[in-house]
Every structure is written in C-alpha cells, then in structure tokens.
Design a protein around this ligand. Structure first.
Ligand SMILES: [Zn+2]
Length: 457
C-alpha cells in the first residue's frame, strides 16, 4: 500500500541490534528508509520535533513531514513471526489436552475440525493476527490445517477464511499461508485440492512428514507440487524426541537437488537436540549448505516435548547456538497460541525471544542481540521479506519503551509503537504513573536511581 508522499524523521533512536550503543537519526520517505545516521550524543529537540512518548499516533496529512524524538528508546525492525497457527489460536476452550502430549493435541484437534464454521475460524485468525500486529509483528507466516480426509469442503473452509483475513489485514501486515498437506494417505485427490488452494492464493506448501509412515515419498510429492506451482515449502520437521527421526537431512538433500536455497524452511528440528553431537553436526552442516531456513518454536517445544521421559527430561528445543554458528538462518517463532498444542503464548515475539534466551542459554550482550535478530532480521530472510533498518528497506519497525537489549528482554515493555511502511499502526497511551496507592511516593525515585540507561554514558 502506498502511503502518499510523506517524510518521517526520528531523532535519538537506540538501535539494539547494533553493537555500538549510540543514538541515531532515522529518515524515511514514503514508507521506505532513506538514511540511518549515527549521532554524536543526544540531539536537542527543536520546536518542530514532537516527543514520541505522549504523541497521539496520528499521522500528518500527505505531503507533510513528521519529526519525532524517540528520547533514547529502542527501535527494532518490525517482528516477523515465521511460524504460527492462526486457525488453531484460542481454540483451547473448545479443544483441550489432558495428557499435554503432541499426540493427543493432534488427535483431538483433527477430530474437532469438522465442527468449526468458517466464521469461527476467521474470528480466531483475526484475533490472533491483530494481537500479533499489536505487539509489533508486521509479517506473519501461518500454517493451516488442511484435513482433506474430512472432505474438500472442510479443508477449504480454513483456506477461504485465511484468504479473507489476509486480504482484510493487508494494509497492516503481510500474511503468508501454508496449508499442511496430510501426513498420511497423501493421495492424488489431496494433492489436487492443495493445487486448488495454491490457485486461490495460498503462499506455499506445508506438512509434517516426520509423522508419515513413509516420509521420503511424501516429501518428494510436496517438492513435486511446489515445483509445478513455483511456490515455497515450509515443513514441520522432526518435532520428536526420537533421535532416529531425521527428515531434516532428507529435506536438505532435496533442497540441494532442486537448487532451492532460500525457498525451503524446516521448523522445530527437536530430534537434533535428542541425538549425539556426532549425529547432529552433519545434519546441521547439510541444512546450512542447502540454505534451508530453520525455525525454533521454544514455547510449544518446551511444553510438548519430553512428555514420555522420566528424569532427566529432555526439553525439546533444537540446537539453537549450533545452528546459528553453522550459518543457518534461524528464526524463533510463536507456533501455537492458547490451543491444545500450547495453552500459553500471546503472539508477542519479544516474549518468544526471552523464552529462546532461556531455553538456549543466551544471556551475554552478543547472545541477546542474536535472540533479537531471531525475531526480526533472521525470520525476514527465512520467509523472504526484506527486514531491517537500512536505507532502501521498508520502514516497518517497532519502538519499545526500553533503552538497551537487556532491558527489552528484562521488562518486555508493553508500551510499543508499531509502524508499517512509515505509518503508525499503534501508539500507546502516555506512560502510566503510579497513582493513588501507598507506593506512589517511592516509584519515581526508585526508577530514577535504578535505570537501565545509566550504562550508555
Ligand atoms: Zn507448527
């Protein structure tokens, strides 16, 4: 969407993805970054500059420029949620999971699918997508259930609902749709229905071939159909504690055969964490060589994996640091939200960044920057959008009420300004003061004395 001629300038912005703790001036024209300039110290606000904190979020009329003073707040590229299940989100009140296992979640949800109306599916997707956008994600990739065995109509209900949500939210977010091909009985009829979904406008093909009794021929069929329609592939891969489950290696070899670097994504990769180093390393090397994008889903994996272990209990999260070190593009994403697969989550990638940092032992300044890249620039590369704060890229960004990378993951600030193509989608109310309670007298003093900002110097 073109935001008619409009210039934006933000002074005193902190850029937590950069190692240098300086302040920057950011400029954008018509929703595209034009300059990122390092400042020598803080810029003194001029009368035509509005403090961001307290600004209403209202954009000036076309042709006018907007100058904002970020006051040292953190500016990140907009979040890219590379792996969601919008259609399942918020279904927990209807579909429970007593054992908390992946097996029960898959079984119960599949049985419930025929009862969901298109309206209900659409309402849940809308809520989940809007919530994700409100936290700062402007690109969402969602997998979609595609239960052809319940009949074409049931499978297409989800596809139609998703296409309508994608279109309705197009001014605010890019939504990519990946129907999950059945992992059993992948018949010609199922492939024809998937082809129809592609013609209707879904983005690519998904699936969970490690669940199939014969994963390799199923992966072959998915690649064959993707070739026919020139679409990307995003597979759930090896969401299992069983170290002998290794479809990732086959997916990587197929990607090399087809020369599809950057076009194939493998999510979960849990079994990599269950196998010995000498078994995992060649698979990681193969993923890197093939240019397969990877996604870790630490919330759902910590919750679902290890359910059949007695202590010591495996935690299921893939080898995050090893994948990063090998040069694999690795995203951290939401996966399921408040459904039988994962009762928690809220579509907030900053929270997922924190869970990733916990799960993968990432706490040094360099690690925290990596965790933040795993929810911004790395997933952008995985899903094929250009994300970052650099001249020439879309001005999709989020300003957060925090000054440092450490403060971002410590405070998970609720107050965020979410921007898409140079237009503000969400501005928070002015900073709430403590009022009317016994601790009020201490609050301002405590914040002033113990601040995350002192370190900047
Ligand atoms: Zn998933």
């Amino acid at each position: 969407m073109k935001t008619s001629s409009r210039s934006l300038r933000i002074v005193n912005a902190a850029l937590p993805l950069r190692e240098e703790r300086a302040l920057f001036t950011l400029s954008a024209e018509d929703g595209v970054w034009t300059a990122v300039e390092r400042q020598e110290g803080a810029t003194v606000s001029s009368p035509e500059t509005t403090p961001l904190d307290g600004w209403s979020g209202e954009m000036p009329p076309a042709g006018n420029s907007l100058r904002l003073d970020a006051g040292g707040l953190a500016v990140l590229p907009a979040f890219v949620d590379a792996h969601m299940h919008l259609d399942k989100a918020f279904s927990l009140p209807k579909v429970g999971n007593v054992t908390g296992t992946l097996e029960e979640a898959v079984r119960s949800y599949a049985a419930a699918v025929p009862n969901f109306s298109k309206d209900e599916l659409k309402a849940r997707m809308m809520r989940a997508a809007l919530q994700a956008i409100s936290y700062g994600s402007t690109t969402l990739r969602t997998h979609l259930d595609f239960h052809v065995r319940h009949g074409r109509e049931v499978a297409m209900r989800t596809i139609e609902a998703a296409l309508e949500v994608k279109e309705a939210l197009a001014p605010y977010a890019t939504i990519q749709l990946f129907p999950m091909l059945p992992y059993f009985d992948l018949t010609e009829e199922a492939l024809d229905t998937a082809a129809e979904a592609l013609r209707m406008g879904v983005t690519g093909l998904g699936g969970a071939p490690h669940l199939s009794p014969e994963p390799e021929p199923d992966i072959d069929r998915v690649f064959g159909l993707a070739e026919r329609y020139g679409c990307p592939i995003d597979l759930h891969a090896d969401e299992s504690d069983n170290p002998s489950v290794r479809t990732a290696a086959y997916i990587a070899r197929k990607t090399l055969d087809y020369g599809w670097s950057g076009r194939v994504t493998a999510g979960h990769l849990c079994s990599l964490a269950a196998m010995a180093d000498e078994d995992a390393q060649p698979i990681i090397a193969l993923l890197a060589e093939a240019g397969v994008g990877a996604v870790t889903l630490p919330g759902a994996n910590l919750y679902l994996q290890g359910r059949h272990d007695r202590f010591p209990v495996r935690r299921g999260v893939t080898r995050v640091k090893e994948l990063l070190a090998a040069g694999v593009q690795l995203a951290a994403a939401s996966d399921n939200i408040h459904d039988p697969f994962h009762p928690f989550g809220r579509g907030d990638l900053l929270l997922i960044g924190l869970v990733t940092a916990y799960a993968a032992h990432m706490g040094s300044p360099a690690d925290i920057r990596e965790a933040l890249r795993m929810i911004t620039t790395y997933p952008a590369a995985v899903v094929g959008v250009r994300g970052g704060i650099e001249p020439g890229l879309d001005a999709d960004f989020v300003v957060l009420d925090a000054a440092t990378p450490e403060e971002l993951l410590t405070m998970l600030p609720e107050r965020r300004w979410v921007w898409r193509r140079g237009r503000c989608l969400r501005a928070p109310a002015p900073r709430a003061e403590w009022s009317g309670c016994a601790l009020r007298a201490y609050w301002a003093d405590a914040c002033e004395r113990v601040s995350f900002r002192e370190e900047r110097g």
